[in-house]
Design a binder for this molecule. Structure first.
Ligand code: GLY
Length: 262
């Protein structure tokens, strides 16, 4: 899929008050803003038109704009984020998404779903059942996807507490090729796919994103970067230290859209 647009939200003054289990200390806001600007520039270098939304000061995690929405070529859906402090993030996102794709659907209570738990393997979607996404939310999304001709399967993350979201542990970088953490759950769902397993110590880099002709990877994980380059990918390493402190990865920082002209 070729992406044409991306929606980002800049981290606000209260970024450090967001949710975190990383134990790496509070983020430096100035450095986070620099890293965010570099991320936006990287998406522009990949050919995307980038809209950076203003900070949402009521929601310190709202720069992780991937979680409150799912965008496919067949339409978009607002989620119902699983952390109570993030539930309201959908409110200001709705009119923005509607500008791009027209009307959007929603996950309804008691469903809970974070976009970080949804991995598109090329029309087949894996949905993680995590601390943020419940069976009801996954079921609502599955039905929405299936009604649009996609397939959906769930992956239980209950025994994988280090995976905040499904995409903490897997990234689709090509048709039939994924990057995963070692011991990725329900590996049978990846049968027939080529799996690039990150090495111990580089687990954070399993969250990388293919954007048109490049793969954006977090800076500082040279073994995965070398392997991807060896496979012929042009990588774009990006500093992510301040987002990592807040449990965020590369995919979390944008909603990527593929819009047809006109
Ligand atoms: N801090 C990102 C999240 O926990 O949702």
């Amino acid at each position: 899929m070729r992406f044409t647009h991306a929606i980002l939200r800049v981290p606000g003054q209260h970024f450090a008050q967001g949710l975190s289990s990383a134990g790496e200390g509070p983020p430096d806001l100035e450095r986070a803003l620099e890293q965010h600007a570099a991320y936006a520039d990287a998406l522009r270098a990949c050919g995307l038109q980038v809209e950076v939304l203003p900070a949402d000061l009521d929601h310190p995690d709202s720069c992780f704009v991937e979680d409150p929405a799912i965008v496919t070529e067949a339409g978009a859906l607002l989620t119902r984020p699983g952390a109570p402090s993030r539930l309201g993030e959908v409110v200001t996102l709705r009119p923005v998404l509607e500008r791009y794709v027209g009307s959007v659907s929603s996950i309804e209570a008691p469903g809970l779903l974070d976009g970080g738990d949804v991995c598109d393997l090329g029309g087949r979607f894996l949905i993680g059942l995590s601390g943020r996404t419940n069976a009801e939310g996954a079921g609502q999304l599955s039905r929405w996807l299936e009604a649009r001709g996609y397939q959906a399967e769930t992956v239980d993350l209950a025994d994988h507490p280090r995976l905040l979201h499904l995409k903490t542990g897997i990234s689709a970088i090509d048709e039939g090729r994924v990057v995963t953490v070692p011991g990725f759950p329900a590996a049978r769902l990846l049968d027939g796919m080529e799996r690039i397993e990150v090495e111990a110590g580089e687990e954070y880099a399993a969250n990388c994103i293919r954007v048109n002709d490049r793969v954006l990877v977090p800076a500082g994980y040279p073994r995965l970067t070398e392997r991807l380059e060896g496979l012929g990918y042009q990588t774009l390493p990006l500093p992510m230290s301040e987002f990592r402190r807040m449990d965020g990865g590369l995919s979390c920082l944008s909603l990527r859209l593929s819009l047809r002209p006109g």
